[in-house]
Design a protein around this ligand. Sequence first.
Ligand SMILES: *[C@@H]1O[C@H](CO)[C@@H](O)[C@H](O)[C@H]1NC(C)=O
Ligand SMILES: *[C@@H]1O[C@H](CO)[C@@H](O)[C@H](O)[C@H]1NC(C)=O
Ligand SMILES: *[C@@H]1O[C@H](CO)[C@@H](O)[C@H](O)[C@H]1NC(C)=O
Ligand SMILES: *[C@@H]1O[C@H](CO)[C@@H](O)[C@H](O)[C@H]1NC(C)=O
Ligand SMILES: *[C@@H]1O[C@H](CO)[C@@H](O)[C@H](O)[C@H]1NC(C)=O
Ligand SMILES: *[C@@H]1O[C@H](CO)[C@@H](O)[C@H](O)[C@H]1NC(C)=O
Ligand SMILES: *[C@@H]1O[C@H](CO)[C@@H](O)[C@H](O)[C@H]1NC(C)=O
Length: 458
Amino acid sequence: MKMSLWLALILSQLIDFGSSEFPNLFVNISDDEPWISTYLPEDDRIRSVLFYTEYGGDRCPIYDYMLDPSIADPWAIGEYITNDTRILKITAVIETNQNETMIESLRMSFFEENKVFIKHLHNFLPSSGESLDCENLRSSTKYCLPSISHHGGQAINCSGRLLFSESFEDGENPLHNWKHVVQSQLLEPHYEGVAFVNRKANSYVENNMLHLKVTKSNYGSKNPFYLENCTYTKSDSNQRCGEKKYRLPFRKFMPPFDSAKLISNETFKYCRIDIEAKMPIGDFLFPGLTLTSAHHDAIRIAIVRGNKKLTDFASNEIGGTTLYAGAILNDNGGRTYELKDFASREDHFGNDFHTYTAIWKEKSITFKIDGRTFAQISNSTVVQELSRTERHIELYLTVGGEYNFPDNRVPPEQKSYRNFETGLSSKIKKAIANSPPWDQTVMVIKKINVYSTDEYEE
Ligand SMILES: *[C@@H]1O[C@H](CO)[C@@H](O)[C@H](O)[C@H]1NC(C)=O
Ligand SMILES: *[C@@H]1O[C@H](CO)[C@@H](O)[C@H](O)[C@H]1NC(C)=O
Ligand SMILES: *[C@@H]1O[C@H](CO)[C@@H](O)[C@H](O)[C@H]1NC(C)=O
Ligand SMILES: *[C@@H]1O[C@H](CO)[C@@H](O)[C@H](O)[C@H]1NC(C)=O
Ligand SMILES: *[C@@H]1O[C@H](CO)[C@@H](O)[C@H](O)[C@H]1NC(C)=O
Ligand SMILES: *[C@@H]1O[C@H](CO)[C@@H](O)[C@H](O)[C@H]1NC(C)=O
Ligand SMILES: *[C@@H]1O[C@H](CO)[C@@H](O)[C@H](O)[C@H]1NC(C)=O
């Protein structure tokens, strides 16, 4: 049985707020639950409320800031009452839409037999006697910091809210939030050795995890290279989608490998994205975790080259023990923008699951690995360039490519072929055949969360 006390209503008349006639603090106490709620009724004059709760003794006071009128009971806090609770002093600092500030305060005294006395206070100043070492901001679900994020064309009100969550639950259609890209990646601007296909062998969900897998293709006279339901629609589509009838001169357009690429239905602008994934291991395998626009420019959340060891022209290690991040920009038909800062490990990033994070804001894009920042795009031209539209999440696994293993970065003794040479398909095939066998031909993705963000998130 629930019983509410309305003592506060009576006592509130003792306090004079002048002309404002502002509603005062109410208290709900229930018989059968150890919770007391203190609240202001909904009132569209209120913009925000800061609650300040003192407990007496040496327990730290707690702040609770509320700024979101759209939720249920927007201006309420709950206090858990134990046998030891003797006193609670609650102060509410109310900010109105007229830029007025008001303070309300009440004290609850707890006695034997569950008796509670509530008194509204004229002395509104917080009254911490001794200086305690207290730095507590209560983390409240009602806390609303204004957000800069957009999701599906809508501005989001509060920062830190979960906008999208994907954990690939097994079931009828675990990929219902995603679309397959179907096309060859051999031509410009990619120069990659795969066709992205929509087949179970290359993309599947197992143990509630998405697997994207590279397999050898076997296109030829008996199995012409022809991608049904190809998603590439421009005029040279036969080179990227294949032809139903086998022709010998067409061999150069046949990718040596099949793989998969998924695009999220949902789009975002300014957000924090966390992806928990295990990267592939093997020469020239390349996993893609990006935020990509309709114009194909991309924020690259993680760049982990599959090679166990790989050095660039400047003798930097750029194989799978180093993690980079960056972007693909749209100038001159596609340009990679890879940040110099990186994170490195003793072992390959593909040996374990890690959480790869990007925090995309108006002035910077920050990249993290397992919660630790390792790189940031802070060039405002680049950030603005990348912030024109909302972006899809893209997940893919590919082989080689000018964006991933640029000719001007990877010397010939490290990569036996050049991306712009003719006969790229057979050259990639040969280079892979002459490399050690791939250890792990799959990228595994466990979880993706996207949150709204604000300019202050770090
Ligand atoms: C307080 O109690 C009243 C009456 O039962 C109820 O309408 C209201 O939602 C309660 N408020 C809170 C914050 O618990
Ligand atoms: C944001 O707040 C406004 C005003 O309170 C509300 O009308 C709107 O529905 C909210 N939007 C979202 C996405 O919650
Ligand atoms: C609180 O008081 C009740 C009744 O007096 C008693 O049953 C319970 O054990 C007490 N709880 C604690 C944590 O002391
Ligand atoms: C309240 O203050 C803000 C910021 O100073 C100002 O932009 C706004 O116009 C003020 N509103 C009113 C009603 O005075
Ligand atoms: C995502 O897109 C696919 C393909 O267009 C569609 O079948 C599916 O219903 C969409 N899912 C959601 C949640 O919108
Ligand atoms: C192509 O699309 C049709 C219609 O959606 C479908 O029945 C068929 O299985 C698809 N083919 C492939 C190879 O995905
Ligand atoms: C920022 O990036 C642009 C375009 O890539 C470049 O032209 C410019 O020099 C960069 N600015 C700084 C300060 O690095």
